[in-house]
Design a protein around this ligand. Sequence first.
Ligand code: PEP
Length: 246
Amino acid sequence: MKKLIVGNWKMKGSLAANESLIQALRSGMPTAACNVALCVPSVYLSQCQALLAGSAIDLGAQDVSAHESGAFTGELSGAMLREFGVRYCIVGHSERRQYHAETDTLVALKAQRALASGMTPIVCVGETLDEREAGQTDEVVKRQLAAVIHANGHCISEIVVAYEPVWAIGTGKTASVEQAQQVHLVLRSQLRAASSQADRIHILYGGSMNAANAAQLLAQPDIDGGLVGGASLKAPDFLSIITSAP
Ligand code: PEP
């Protein structure tokens, strides 16, 4: 399976910075690259759609409403995102679970809405440092993924999963290769129990992935790509991660 490397720009960027970043990525993309996508702030979707036109890089969003349409001020529907060529949509990022009180049930509904709109949800799961230290890692990620499996039935093979230990996001602390592979295997086994297609579901690792550690992480049997925050904003670093995807 081809690896998938996804950049998560979070609430960063500007018209000028986006243009120079995407130009640098386009000109530096290796010819036989893995699959690549950029999840950009919604206000820049139109700009980035134009900048990425004709390139091998797909466009992604960072969230989607769980509702189809209606009186939901400030929210964006799946249909709206699709109008701007959005192929991937992050759901349940730990920053949204933490700062916007998103529950497992809401995240599962958002994944469902993304699928119904024709997008691939990138479902984030991951434990906090306290949960890891209490030995609850497997239980937490399995609970988070179970809600999505329960709500999405046979469509589960159409999702992407991202394992993002919360303590590794934006902290410079990466899960060790062994820690990451171990959790990825837990998630793969859970997906296998739910779908005969589980082996073609991408399970990405996210959490301070960078140019120096990407190759080792991406060489693990159950790590099918990366969800990259900070390093996706620097073209040379992001290109080097893309190049290290076997
Ligand atoms: C993320 O935003 O999902 C992420 C993994 O961030 P970082 O790479 O900066 O840790």
